[in-house]
Design a protein around this ligand. Structure first.
Ligand code: AMP
Length: 250
């Protein structure tokens, strides 16, 4: 079975992002970019399924600017067999990405698509769900455990107050949650080997997908500065402050 792993290049999670002075977005000039952390988890899960003999091939795909090739090379170093870049300078929104992935799925015919539950830059949490809808495939989102066998995937999902187990028929779309696994680090020999793995490039036009943005960002602002905390002498003072200052109790 072939597994398709979509990967997004995002601002590294350690970077403290700065909003552009004109409020049109986030400043990405000279900022470290990395693979979206949930996508690292998706690659790791695909690699584990291959190590178990469940998957036969892992194809990584990224949609975006030419620099996404670096991110795809990281996926190849982590264990993907080959990669495809859908290259465009247009700012891609989840629906456009889902349509591009739908076209790649039509070409590749994977048995499973594993992608991150959300990208840490736009926090949209939409692409996997939209892709499943476009394909008419079952979806299991926020996976914290995945077992594949007999043409089915059994997925544990973290829900409020516990775990839910769902079973989906393959082909299906699965999105990863934080606790699914701990991704490995790419070793130097694997980074060297990844340079020789195949990386194909295509474009939205070749795939016949219109990626024109449909949403307009009106304004991006910094979060409000947090006020410092204070110390209270005793419970009586705490209760009084909660009542008169915070007004959270009557
Ligand atoms: P989002 O819906 O934007 O929160 O993203 C959810 C997941 O969709 C990400 O974790 C990626 O696996 C995938 N994804 C989003 N954008 C892209 C992209 N430009 N290229 C490839 N995969 C993407």
């Amino acid at each position: 079975m072939k597994i398709l792993v979509p990967i997004k290049r995002v601002v590294d999670f350690n970077v403290k992002v700065r909003v552009k002075p004109d409020g049109t977005g986030v400043d990405t000039a000279n900022v470290k970019m990395s693979m979206n952390p949930f996508d690292e988890i998706a690659v790791e899960e695909a690699v584990r399924l291959k190590e178990k003999g469940v998957a036969t091939e892992i194809v990584a795909v990224s949609c975006g600017i030419a620099a996404c090739q670096e991110t795809l090379r990281t996926a190849l170093a982590l264990g993907a067999d080959r990669a495809t870049l859908v290259e465009t300078d247009v700012e891609l929104q989840p629906l456009a990405v889902a349509k591009l992935l739908q076209a790649i799925v039509a070409q590749e015919q994977p048995g499973l698509v594993i992608l991150g539950k959300q990208a840490i830059d736009d926090d949209a949490n939409q692409t996997g769900q939209m892709l499943a809808a476009l394909l008419g495939w079952p979806q299991a989102t926020f996976a914290s455990k995945v077992d594949v066998g007999d043409g089915r995937a059994t997925v544990k999902r973290e829900v409020d107050g516990g775990l839910e187990t769902v079973e989906v028929k393959l082909p299906a779309v699965v999105t990863t949650d934080l606790r699914l696994n701990e991704p490995r680090y790419a070793t130097l020999p694997n980074i060297m080997k990844a340079k020789k793995k195949p990386l194909a490039t295509t474009t939205p036009a070749t795939l016949g997908v219109d990626v024109t943005p449909r949403l307009v960002t009106l304004k991006v602002t910094e979060p409000a500065k947090r006020k410092g905390g204070g110390k209270v002498a005793d419970v009586k003072e705490l209760v009084a402050k909660l009542r008169t200052e915070a007004k959270v109790i009557a």
